[in-house]
Design a binder for this molecule. Structure first.
Ligand SMILES: [Zn+2]
Length: 282
């Protein structure tokens, strides 16, 4: 028997015998009575930390939430739009020094690609353009609560926090579900790399939630993305856009960030832009 074949037989035997091979790290596994490898139980991660922002940080969070609404409003997709770009959902990325560095909007229709949510485009575009390996310390301000796909990407990229401007009673709470600790009842530990996920404290977020709730409760098969094309939703986004333009800071330290946010908005195009975005995301 040739040496290579002997090695192949040894590998197959080693795989069949499982944990009994000496190649398995002894500390990471134990054996059941039948000799089957059983992973040892490790303590659960604690999940994301509590978010207790200062009043100054709340104001900054509100400014960036208004910016996310304004980015969406800039390329608003009204009911009946021909050749639509996608849904009226968008987001901005803020770096660990509190500087806004990228924007993105949902583009599922124009790309014929259902993965092209705003947050996915935001993260992949920025990280590809800037060769940023992960998003530790970064924040995503998004107009709508992130779905499971976007939450998974945020989690795996070790994002610090996401602040959202509208609650989604159906596809929301994805990060909260990832971080649910059901270990004590035979379930699972929270998924590692917990991300802070909280709703914006802007009055606009509360107003949008109330308006959508009225529609949701009075409609047999409500669609959040359909509601986001209504004149009612558009008026709320127009108001948010005006609030950002006319914002008066309570904390003077936030003035440079407000000015930068307002200037950033002028660089966001009002038409569909394919990735890689060249404006403000380099
Ligand atoms: Zn999503």
């Amino acid at each position: 028997m040739r040496l290579s074949r002997m090695l192949g037989v040894f590998v197959v035997l080693a795989l069949l015998t499982g944990c009994k091979t000496t190649s398995m790290p002894a500390a990471a596994a134990t054996e059941s009575a039948s000799g089957t490898c059983v992973f040892t139980s490790k303590p659960c991660d604690s999940g994301s930390p509590a978010y207790n922002p200062t009043a100054q940080q709340v104001e900054l969070d509100n400014i960036y939430t208004l910016l996310a609404y304004a980015v969406v409003y800039k390329n608003w997709q009204a009911q009946g739009t021909t050749n639509p770009r996608g849904y009226n959902i968008g987001s901005v990325l803020v770096d660990p020094q509190n500087n806004v560095v990228c924007w993105a909007v949902n583009s599922v229709d124009v790309t014929s690609n259902g993965t092209q949510h705003g947050e996915v485009r935001l993260m992949t575009n920025y990280q590809s353009n800037t060769k940023t390996f992960n998003l530790k310390g970064y924040a995503v301000y998004t107009s709508l609560e992130p779905c499971a796909m976007c939450s998974g990407m945020m989690t795996m990229q070790a994002l610090y926090k996401t602040i959202f401007g509208q609650r989604d009673p159906d596809f929301g709470d994805a990060i909260q579900r990832l971080e649910l600790n059901s270990k004590a009842s035979g379930g699972y530990c929270p998924y590692p790399r917990g991300v802070i996920s909280v709703e914006s404290q802007t009055p606009t977020a509360a107003a949008i939630d109330q308006a959508y709730c009225q529609y949701y409760n009075s409609t047999s098969t409500p669609s959040l993305t359909q509601w986001l094309t209504t004149p009612e939703a558009q008026a709320l986004y127009a108001a948010a856009n005006n609030q950002l333009a006319q914002y008066q800071v309570q904390y003077s330290a936030n003035q440079p960030f407000l000015t930068a946010a307002q200037q950033f908005l002028t660089g966001v195009p009002s038409v569909y832009t394919p990735i890689p975005y060249t404006t403000n995301c380099n």
